[in-house]
Design a protein around this ligand. Structure first.
Ligand code: ACO
Ligand code: LMR
Length: 264
């Protein structure tokens, strides 16, 4: 006999009560009655537990700040081109989402991995950055196309301010600030970016909240939960870009040929 095995505690609870759906054991009515938000729902569905208010607020701030960064970034560009080719919402959305990766928006998990490893091994910023250079790996969470040392990313500043005010410890992020000081001494574009801020601050959230064991933190970092925050957030903006193109009845996009360099 082949049986479908359900690992999701929420689904098991639902089967038990046969009344209303639950998220990690919390009935939907409780979620609504207690005025919980999307940060609570993410905590329940991704991390399988209720987190303190400052944690769920931090998750919500990440989602709000990463929702959009204008029409010119990789993801929005792909979505806009796809919408203008007459494709539907889901096609336009996934076309943009598919650009999320190691260079664009998808460096959050690697930032958490590499900064955690370097901090836990007590590497100095110099040792960390130079060892990455020797391996030919760009430091995830560092560098931006338009942000500079004298034109910082407001999103990073807002996340840092929130965490310094509400988190019990921001040791991983402060280490990233020291790394940034070193990378900025090499080149003005090597600022801490939003992926680096979220990656290191999420380490601080996991370690400082007292809600996760060391083994659970290692598992979350190894599996790679944190790019999910950017994917979720940017979906909001990409859906908006799709609607913009449809509402404005924009025609098929064709790139100006003089922008393209033909070479052998
Ligand atoms: N670590 C080390 N060196 C770097 C880094 C980095 N993270 N980023 C750029 N550099 C170096 C490059 O090696 C290059 O030097 P070189 O020409 O001697 O090799 C110099 O800085 C200029 O780099 P560019 O390639 O011009 O930078 P670009 O603007 O193309 O790249 C990018 C921007 C893709 C974000 C890059 O900095 C990077 O790969 N960062 C790591 C990945 C990352 O964090 N991505 C998330 C960005 S934020 C977001 O998408 C929401
Ligand atoms: C973004 O959030 O899309 C960016 O940081 C990337 C960019 O090129 O601005």
């Amino acid at each position: 006999e082949h049986r479908l095995i359900l690992f999701q505690p929420s689904l098991m609870t639902e089967v038990r009560t046969c009344e209303e759906p639950c998220y990690a054991g919390v009935p939907m009515s409780t979620i609504v009655e207690k005025g919980m938000g999307i940060g609570d729902v993410i905590s329940l569905l991704w991390f399988k537990r209720s987190l303190p208010r400052y944690c769920t607020q931090f998750i919500e701030i990440c989602v709000m700040l990463c929702a959009d960064h204008g029409p010119c970034v990789s993801g929005a560009h792909n979505t806009i081109v796809t919408a203008r080719a007459g494709k539907d919402l889901v096609s336009s959305l996934v076309s943009g989402l598919l650009t999320i990766g190691p260079r664009f928006g998808g460096a959050v998990d690697d930032a958490a991995r590499y900064f955690k490893d370097a901090y836990d091994r007590k590497l100095s910023p110099y040792e960390f950055v130079e060892s990455m250079k020797k391996k030919g790996i760009r430091v995830p969470g560092i560098g931006h196309r338009i942000k500079r040392g004298d034109n910082r990313d407001k999103r990073v500043e807002l996340l840092q301010l929130f965490a310094r005010t509400h988190f019990p410890s921001t040791k991983y992020m402060e280490y990233a600030v020291e790394v940034e000081a070193y990378t900025l001494s090499k080149a003005n574009n090597l600022v801490m970016n939003v992926d680096g801020a979220i990656g290191t601050l999420f380490l601080d959230l996991l370690a400082g909240s007292g809600m996760f064991t060391k083994q659970e933190i290692d598992e979350i970092v190894a599996i790679g939960y944190l790019n999910g925050l950017f994917v979720l957030a940017r979906s909001i903006g990409l859906i908006g870009h799709t609607f913009d193109q449809k509402r404005l009845k924009q025609p098929l996009y064709r790139h100006p040929w003089e922008d393209v360099l033909y070479t052998k």
